[in-house]
Design a protein around this ligand. Structure first.
Ligand code: ADP
Ligand code: ADP
Ligand code: ZN
Length: 226
Protein backbone atom coordinates (compact mmCIF):
# COMPACT_ATOMS: atom_id res chain seq x y z
CA UNK A 1 0.00 0.00 0.00
CA UNK A 2 1.40 3.46 -0.81
CA UNK A 3 2.27 5.46 2.28
CA UNK A 4 -0.20 8.20 1.46
CA UNK A 5 -2.21 8.12 4.66
CA UNK A 6 0.62 8.18 7.16
CA UNK A 7 0.84 11.29 9.33
CA UNK A 8 2.63 13.59 9.86
CA UNK A 9 2.95 14.70 6.27
CA UNK A 10 6.24 14.78 4.49
CA UNK A 11 5.85 16.57 1.20
CA UNK A 12 8.72 16.67 -1.29
CA UNK A 13 8.84 19.46 -3.87
CA UNK A 14 10.82 18.36 -6.91
CA UNK A 15 11.71 20.73 -9.70
CA UNK A 16 14.56 22.62 -11.38
CA UNK A 17 15.93 25.93 -10.08
CA UNK A 18 13.22 28.55 -10.44
CA UNK A 19 10.34 26.07 -10.56
CA UNK A 20 8.70 27.81 -7.60
CA UNK A 21 9.56 25.35 -4.84
CA UNK A 22 10.56 27.97 -2.29
CA UNK A 23 7.63 30.26 -3.10
CA UNK A 24 5.13 27.45 -2.67
CA UNK A 25 6.82 25.93 0.39
CA UNK A 26 6.48 29.26 2.22
CA UNK A 27 2.81 29.50 1.30
CA UNK A 28 2.16 25.93 2.51
CA UNK A 29 4.02 26.68 5.72
CA UNK A 30 1.70 29.60 6.38
CA UNK A 31 -1.47 27.82 5.33
CA UNK A 32 -0.92 24.46 7.02
CA UNK A 33 1.69 24.99 9.74
CA UNK A 34 4.11 22.62 8.04
CA UNK A 35 7.80 23.38 8.33
CA UNK A 36 9.69 24.39 5.19
CA UNK A 37 13.00 22.62 5.07
CA UNK A 38 15.18 24.05 2.29
CA UNK A 39 18.63 22.53 1.94
CA UNK A 40 19.61 25.54 -0.18
CA UNK A 41 18.72 27.90 2.70
CA UNK A 42 20.46 25.65 5.24
CA UNK A 43 23.60 25.54 3.07
CA UNK A 44 23.58 29.33 2.54
CA UNK A 45 23.33 29.77 6.31
CA UNK A 46 26.31 27.41 6.75
CA UNK A 47 28.29 29.39 4.16
CA UNK A 48 27.47 32.67 5.92
CA UNK A 49 28.43 31.19 9.31
CA UNK A 50 31.69 29.82 7.83
CA UNK A 51 31.17 26.39 9.33
CA UNK A 52 33.39 23.59 7.95
CA UNK A 53 30.42 22.33 5.88
CA UNK A 54 29.76 25.86 4.62
CA UNK A 55 33.38 26.39 3.62
CA UNK A 56 33.37 23.11 1.68
CA UNK A 57 30.05 23.90 -0.03
CA UNK A 58 30.71 27.51 -1.05
CA UNK A 59 32.64 27.06 -4.30
CA UNK A 60 30.43 24.18 -5.46
CA UNK A 61 27.32 26.33 -4.98
CA UNK A 62 28.90 29.29 -6.76
CA UNK A 63 29.63 27.06 -9.76
CA UNK A 64 26.10 25.65 -9.81
CA UNK A 65 27.10 22.09 -8.96
CA UNK A 66 25.61 19.85 -6.30
CA UNK A 67 27.14 19.77 -2.83
CA UNK A 68 28.21 16.28 -1.71
CA UNK A 69 25.53 13.97 -0.34
CA UNK A 70 27.58 13.63 2.85
CA UNK A 71 27.45 17.35 3.67
CA UNK A 72 23.82 17.81 2.64
CA UNK A 73 22.66 14.77 4.59
CA UNK A 74 24.41 15.89 7.76
CA UNK A 75 22.76 19.32 7.52
CA UNK A 76 19.35 17.84 6.70
CA UNK A 77 19.49 15.31 9.50
CA UNK A 78 20.33 18.01 12.03
CA UNK A 79 17.26 19.97 11.03
CA UNK A 80 14.87 17.05 10.59
CA UNK A 81 15.53 15.75 14.07
CA UNK A 82 14.47 19.01 15.75
CA UNK A 83 11.11 18.70 17.51
CA UNK A 84 9.15 21.25 15.45
CA UNK A 85 9.29 19.00 12.37
CA UNK A 86 6.96 16.51 14.07
CA UNK A 87 4.02 18.52 12.65
CA UNK A 88 5.17 17.67 9.14
CA UNK A 89 7.67 19.07 6.68
CA UNK A 90 7.93 20.34 3.14
CA UNK A 91 11.25 19.35 1.67
CA UNK A 92 12.29 22.09 -0.74
CA UNK A 93 15.32 21.18 -2.85
CA UNK A 94 15.95 17.83 -1.20
CA UNK A 95 16.48 15.06 -2.17
CA UNK A 96 18.41 15.91 -5.31
CA UNK A 97 20.22 12.63 -6.01
CA UNK A 98 19.20 8.96 -5.80
CA UNK A 99 21.63 8.55 -2.90
CA UNK A 100 19.87 11.34 -0.99
CA UNK A 101 16.48 9.77 -1.74
CA UNK A 102 17.57 6.44 -0.28
CA UNK A 103 19.09 8.11 2.76
CA UNK A 104 15.86 10.06 3.28
CA UNK A 105 13.85 6.84 3.30
CA UNK A 106 16.04 5.49 6.08
CA UNK A 107 15.99 8.70 8.05
CA UNK A 108 12.19 8.96 7.90
CA UNK A 109 11.69 5.37 8.91
CA UNK A 110 13.86 6.05 11.97
CA UNK A 111 11.71 9.11 12.79
CA UNK A 112 8.39 7.29 12.34
CA UNK A 113 7.58 9.51 9.38
CA UNK A 114 6.76 8.65 5.78
CA UNK A 115 6.50 10.44 2.46
CA UNK A 116 2.96 11.62 1.77
CA UNK A 117 3.69 12.92 -1.71
CA UNK A 118 6.59 13.84 -3.96
CA UNK A 119 5.32 16.61 -6.20
CA UNK A 120 7.07 17.23 -9.48
CA UNK A 121 6.68 20.86 -10.54
CA UNK A 122 6.86 20.67 -14.31
CA UNK A 123 8.31 23.74 -16.03
CA UNK A 124 10.01 24.68 -19.31
CA UNK A 125 13.78 25.02 -19.14
CA UNK A 126 13.51 28.06 -21.40
CA UNK A 127 11.52 29.96 -18.77
CA UNK A 128 13.85 29.12 -15.91
CA UNK A 129 16.62 31.56 -16.78
CA UNK A 130 14.14 34.47 -16.59
CA UNK A 131 12.66 33.12 -13.34
CA UNK A 132 16.02 32.84 -11.63
CA UNK A 133 17.60 36.01 -13.07
CA UNK A 134 14.71 38.15 -11.79
CA UNK A 135 14.55 36.60 -8.32
CA UNK A 136 15.14 38.64 -5.17
CA UNK A 137 14.17 38.23 -1.52
CA UNK A 138 13.46 40.38 1.51
CA UNK A 139 16.60 40.57 3.65
CA UNK A 140 14.51 40.70 6.83
CA UNK A 141 11.86 37.99 6.46
CA UNK A 142 13.02 36.05 3.39
CA UNK A 143 9.85 36.61 1.36
CA UNK A 144 10.55 35.91 -2.32
CA UNK A 145 9.88 38.33 -5.17
CA UNK A 146 10.49 38.67 -8.89
CA UNK A 147 11.30 41.69 -11.06
CA UNK A 148 8.41 40.87 -13.43
CA UNK A 149 6.31 38.08 -11.99
CA UNK A 150 5.93 38.98 -8.30
CA UNK A 151 6.68 42.59 -7.48
CA UNK A 152 6.06 44.02 -4.01
CA UNK A 153 2.76 45.96 -3.87
CA UNK A 154 4.71 49.10 -3.02
CA UNK A 155 8.04 49.35 -4.82
CA UNK A 156 10.99 48.75 -2.51
CA UNK A 157 8.86 47.67 0.48
CA UNK A 158 8.29 44.06 1.54
CA UNK A 159 4.57 43.13 1.56
CA UNK A 160 5.05 40.83 4.52
CA UNK A 161 7.19 42.76 6.97
CA UNK A 162 7.65 46.29 5.61
CA UNK A 163 11.41 45.72 5.25
CA UNK A 164 13.26 47.74 2.64
CA UNK A 165 16.50 45.76 2.30
CA UNK A 166 16.40 43.18 -0.49
CA UNK A 167 19.02 40.72 -1.64
CA UNK A 168 19.89 38.65 -4.68
CA UNK A 169 21.73 35.35 -4.71
CA UNK A 170 25.24 35.25 -6.17
CA UNK A 171 24.40 32.06 -8.10
CA UNK A 172 21.27 33.51 -9.76
CA UNK A 173 22.97 34.48 -13.01
CA UNK A 174 22.48 33.14 -16.53
CA UNK A 175 25.75 31.14 -16.68
CA UNK A 176 25.30 29.36 -13.35
CA UNK A 177 21.66 28.61 -14.13
CA UNK A 178 22.77 26.52 -17.11
CA UNK A 179 25.00 24.40 -14.85
CA UNK A 180 22.20 24.08 -12.29
CA UNK A 181 19.69 22.99 -14.93
CA UNK A 182 22.17 20.38 -16.16
CA UNK A 183 22.69 19.10 -12.61
CA UNK A 184 18.91 18.88 -12.28
CA UNK A 185 18.45 16.84 -15.47
CA UNK A 186 21.44 14.55 -14.81
CA UNK A 187 21.04 13.90 -11.09
CA UNK A 188 17.61 14.97 -9.83
CA UNK A 189 15.15 14.24 -12.66
CA UNK A 190 15.60 10.43 -12.16
CA UNK A 191 13.85 10.86 -8.80
CA UNK A 192 10.56 11.41 -10.64
CA UNK A 193 10.62 7.73 -11.69
CA UNK A 194 11.86 6.70 -8.23
CA UNK A 195 8.83 8.24 -6.53
CA UNK A 196 6.44 7.09 -9.26
CA UNK A 197 7.56 3.52 -8.54
CA UNK A 198 6.86 4.11 -4.84
CA UNK A 199 3.31 5.26 -5.62
CA UNK A 200 3.74 8.74 -4.12
CA UNK A 201 4.38 10.86 -7.22
CA UNK A 202 2.07 13.75 -8.09
CA UNK A 203 2.65 16.40 -10.74
CA UNK A 204 1.61 20.02 -11.01
CA UNK A 205 1.98 22.46 -13.89
CA UNK A 206 4.65 24.83 -12.58
CA UNK A 207 4.10 27.23 -15.50
CA UNK A 208 0.75 28.33 -14.08
CA UNK A 209 0.10 31.35 -11.87
CA UNK A 210 1.42 31.26 -8.28
CA UNK A 211 -2.06 31.17 -6.60
CA UNK A 212 -3.32 28.42 -8.94
CA UNK A 213 -0.33 26.21 -8.11
CA UNK A 214 -0.83 26.95 -4.41
CA UNK A 215 -4.40 25.71 -4.73
CA UNK A 216 -3.28 22.44 -6.31
CA UNK A 217 -0.60 21.88 -3.69
CA UNK A 218 -3.02 22.69 -0.89
CA UNK A 219 -5.35 19.99 -2.21
CA UNK A 220 -2.47 17.51 -2.19
CA UNK A 221 -1.59 18.40 1.41
CA UNK A 222 -5.20 17.90 2.47
CA UNK A 223 -5.31 14.60 0.67
CA UNK A 224 -2.18 13.25 2.39
CA UNK A 225 -2.99 14.56 5.87
CA UNK A 226 -6.77 14.35 5.85
P1 ADP B 1 12.83 27.60 -6.58
O1 ADP B 1 12.75 27.57 -5.08
O2 ADP B 1 12.16 26.40 -7.20
O3 ADP B 1 14.21 27.78 -7.10
P2 ADP B 1 11.42 30.17 -6.36
O4 ADP B 1 10.21 29.82 -5.58
O5 ADP B 1 12.50 30.89 -5.68
O6 ADP B 1 11.99 28.84 -7.10
O7 ADP B 1 10.94 30.99 -7.64
C1 ADP B 1 11.88 31.52 -8.56
C2 ADP B 1 11.44 32.93 -8.99
O8 ADP B 1 10.27 32.84 -9.79
C3 ADP B 1 11.09 33.85 -7.83
O9 ADP B 1 11.52 35.14 -8.16
C4 ADP B 1 9.57 33.75 -7.73
O10 ADP B 1 9.00 34.97 -7.24
C5 ADP B 1 9.15 33.49 -9.16
N1 ADP B 1 8.04 32.55 -9.30
C6 ADP B 1 7.74 31.49 -8.49
N2 ADP B 1 6.65 30.82 -8.96
C7 ADP B 1 6.26 31.47 -10.09
C8 ADP B 1 5.19 31.26 -11.03
N3 ADP B 1 4.32 30.24 -10.92
N4 ADP B 1 5.10 32.12 -12.08
C9 ADP B 1 5.99 33.13 -12.21
N5 ADP B 1 7.01 33.39 -11.36
C10 ADP B 1 7.16 32.56 -10.31
P1 ADP C 1 17.34 26.35 -6.57
O1 ADP C 1 16.04 25.84 -6.07
O2 ADP C 1 17.24 27.69 -7.20
O3 ADP C 1 18.10 25.36 -7.40
P2 ADP C 1 18.56 25.97 -3.91
O4 ADP C 1 18.50 27.10 -2.98
O5 ADP C 1 17.67 24.80 -3.68
O6 ADP C 1 18.32 26.60 -5.35
O7 ADP C 1 20.05 25.43 -4.00
C1 ADP C 1 21.13 26.30 -4.25
C2 ADP C 1 22.41 25.47 -4.35
O8 ADP C 1 22.65 24.79 -3.11
C3 ADP C 1 22.39 24.36 -5.41
O9 ADP C 1 22.76 24.84 -6.70
C4 ADP C 1 23.41 23.38 -4.84
O10 ADP C 1 24.73 23.82 -5.06
C5 ADP C 1 23.15 23.47 -3.34
N1 ADP C 1 22.14 22.50 -2.87
C6 ADP C 1 20.92 22.77 -2.33
N2 ADP C 1 20.27 21.65 -2.00
C7 ADP C 1 21.10 20.61 -2.33
C8 ADP C 1 21.01 19.20 -2.25
N3 ADP C 1 19.90 18.61 -1.76
N4 ADP C 1 22.06 18.47 -2.70
C9 ADP C 1 23.17 19.05 -3.19
N5 ADP C 1 23.33 20.37 -3.30
C10 ADP C 1 22.30 21.16 -2.89
ZN1 ZN D 1 10.01 41.00 4.49
Amino acid sequence: MPETTTRPAVLILLGPPGAGKGTQARMLEEAFGLIQLSTGDLLRAAVAARTPAGLAAKSVMEAGGLVSDEIVLAILKDRLTQPDTARGVILDGFPRTPGQARALDELLTGQGMAIGAAVSMEVDDAAMVARVSGRFTCGDCGEGYHDQFKQPREEGVCDKCGGTAFKRRADDNAETVEARLKAYHDQTAPLVAYYAARGVLQTVDGMGAIPAIAGELGAIVKQVTG
